[in-house]
Write a protein that binds this ligand. Structure first.
Ligand code: DX5
Ligand code: ZN
Length: 219
């Protein structure tokens, strides 16, 4: 992983952006200093909603930001990993709960030339990270599927355990309900990468909101 992808790093989630002006919204946060964009993909099965496909990644591949794709899809090893890698993803994150072949899928991500991440939902024990080799460990701090939910406070204790398990070199990402109130708490508990959707794009001034959260976490 290159140094510019090392945390602390705030990754705005485009799920909360104005979908009719996606490129403009991306440019806004990149101008404010965002080095990474978080792109949520939902298949209507693993999580009920549908959201964002490889076309969106392809459309943003020249944006200048590293594109991190969070695959909330069942059996991502079948086609999605290859599709999103070809579209321009830099990091691909799969869910532990979405496939019986986690190790195989993580290897497929790296073979496709991307950094590999594994996500767990709030009910999955962080101990699963003992069994995998990842560049980024994503702890969902809400139940996946929707933006704008409230941060689950039990995540803080899980985060501390996760940091002990993965050691100092793996990026620990938090996703869900990260805002000016919770960012400092998750940073203190060991997170180094902070996804923020509503807190950035739902704010009256997304650039100011991005900078405020970045300052809290030391990005
Ligand atoms: C939820 C997604 C998140 C979402 C976070 O399933 O994985 O990335 O965009 O949204 P906020 O920051 O609004 O909680
Ligand atoms: Zn996400």
């Amino acid at each position: 992983m290159t140094d510019d992808l090392r945390g602390p790093l705030v990754a705005p989630s485009l799920l909360a952006a104005d979908a009719g002006r996606l490129a403009d919204q991306a440019a806004l946060v990149i101008d404010a200093g965002a080095r990474m964009l978080h792109i949520d993909v939902m298949d209507g099965h693993f999580v009920p909603p549908l959201a964002l496909g490889p076309q969106v990644v392809r459309g943003l591949r020249d944006s200048g930001a590293h594109l991190e794709v969070h695959l909330m899809v069942e059996r991502p090893e079948r086609t999605q990993i290859a599709d999103f890698a070809a579209a321009g993803a830099g990091t691909i994150i799969i869910h532990h709960e979405a496939t019986p072949h986690v190790d195989y899928a993580l290897q497929a991500i790296r073979a496709a030339g991307c950094l590999a991440g594994l996500a767990v939902t709030p009910s999955t024990p962080v101990e699963v990270f003992r069994e995998v080799d990842v560049d980024v460990a994503l702890l969902m701090t809400v139940n996946p599927g929707w933006g704008g939910q409230r941060f689950l406070p039990g995540s803080l204790e899980k985060l501390r355990r996760l940091r002990q398990i993965v050691g100092p070199d793996v990026e620990i990402e938090v996703d869900g309900g990260v805002d000016v109130t919770t960012a400092g708490l998750v940073a203190a508990a060991g997170a180094t990468r902070f996804v923020a959707g509503t807190a950035v794009f739902g704010a009256p001034d997304p650039q100011a909101a991005f900078l405020e959260i970045s300052a809290i976490v030391g990005d």
